[in-house]
Design a protein around this ligand. Structure first.
Ligand code: NAP
Length: 323
């Protein structure tokens, strides 16, 4: 399972903590990089971890395109290094999840399960979550054969047959990873052309355990206690077939985790926070870094870069306030 924690709702009002120079919401590469920069600038910096500690990269088996690590490293290893690096300069990590924000007052007010926080400057690095197929059986069988993370759940499928849904880089990368465990991996894609880049495509082609079903969509996920099969529809012919599998891994894109900012920060029609070239949002004193404001690049290095940009801007803005 992915790195997640759940905090129960406290009884009574959440205790109030002091005002911080900078609060970073989110503990992925964008959040930790922002915190590294602001704490190194001697700003009192708090990182509120969020539900998925370490962000999406913490569920990635292999990161081999982060500059400076020629041998590659695992996602959890990278997150641990980023956390330690920011803590070296004084940033502090709080294991809480922000459920409500009020950006109409300054300092900004953030309500978490554990306490209420106040921030003079806010960096939003809340990331994105996997998109769901939204078909019957998906929700009921999540954790019982339906998964959104090969790194987390692949081990449970030793010598089993699994399906991977999607035709992007994530789907192919995860399909390759799943061949460590599964006897057969079938990539099911709604078109007859992949979105994934050529390097990944040729690695998949060379892997004898991976096959494709083209022009095919999932209509339903079937199984009593665990996944047993998929009901598939061919998009050209309309033909319906039942395809036996022990697991299904869904990689069909992402949705930004920006619900708590609706009505407070300008977002686009998909929920991504609107930003200018300096990572500024529609509220002065609030910046966005990483995937919550980036549907386009979605790389660890670009998220980290945006974290640094947001932090530098926050530092300059706080300096300009002069108090
Ligand atoms: P993506 O590129 O948006 O691909 C999503 C895939 O899911 C597409 O093939 C899409 O089909 C399919 N899809 C979307 N909605 C669907 C639905 N409702 N039912 C069935 N299929 C559906 O997402 P991603 O693969 O997660 O990648 C996101 C970004 O991260 C990309 O920029 C990618 O390059 C990057 N990334 C990079 C690496 C790497 O560099 N190693 C690894 C992972 C991700 P269509 O093709 O028909 O639209």
């Amino acid at each position: 399972m992915s790195l997640q924690f759940t905090l129960g709702k406290p009884e009574g009002p959440a205790p109030v903590s002091e005002t911080h120079d900078v609060i970073v919401i989110g503990s992925g590469p964008a959040g930790y990089t922002a915190a590294l920069y602001t704490s190194r600038a001697h700003l009192d910096t708090l990182v509120i971890a969020g539900e998925a500690v370490g962000g999406q990269v913490a569920t990635t088996w292999e990161v081999d395109n982060y500059p400076g690590f020629p041998e590659g490293l695992t996602g959890p290893e990278l997150v641990e290094r980023l956390q330690k690096h920011s803590e070296r300069f004084g940033a502090r990590l709080e294991m809480d999840q922000v459920t409500n924000v009020d950006l109409s007052q300054h300092p900004f007010r953030l309500v978490g399960y554990a306490r209420t926080y106040f921030a003079r400057a806010l960096i939003v690095a809340v990331g994105a979550s996997p998109r769901k197929l939204d078909v019957p059986g998906e929700r009921r069988l999540t954790g019982r054969g339906v998964s959104y993370c090969g790194t987390c759940d692949g081990w449970f499928f030793q010598d089993k047959q699994v399906a991977v849904i999607g035709g992007g880089d994530s789907a192919l990368e995860e399909a390759l990873f799943l061949t460590r465990f599964a006897s057969k991996v079938t990539i099911i894609h709604r078109r007859d052309q992949l979105r994934a880049g050529p390097a990944l495509q040729s690695r998949v082609e060379r892997n004898g355990k991976i096959g494709y079903l083209w022009n095919t969509v999932v209509e339903e996920i079937l199984g009593e206690k665990t996944v047993q099969s998929l009901c598939l529809r061919h998009v050209n012919t309309g033909e319906i077939t039942e395809f036996p599998v022990d697991g299904v891994f869904v990689f069909i894109g992402h949705i930004p985790n920006t619900d708590i900012f609706q009505g407070q920060l300008d977002t686009d029609e998909l929920g991504y926070i609107k930003t200018d070239q300096h990572r500024r949002t529609s509220v002065a004193g609030v910046w966005v870094a990483g995937e919550a404001g980036d549907p386009h690049y979605r790389q660890v290095i670009t998220s980290a870069g945006m974290g640094a940009m947001a932090a530098i801007e926050a530092q300059r803005w706080l300096d300009s306030l002069g108090d």
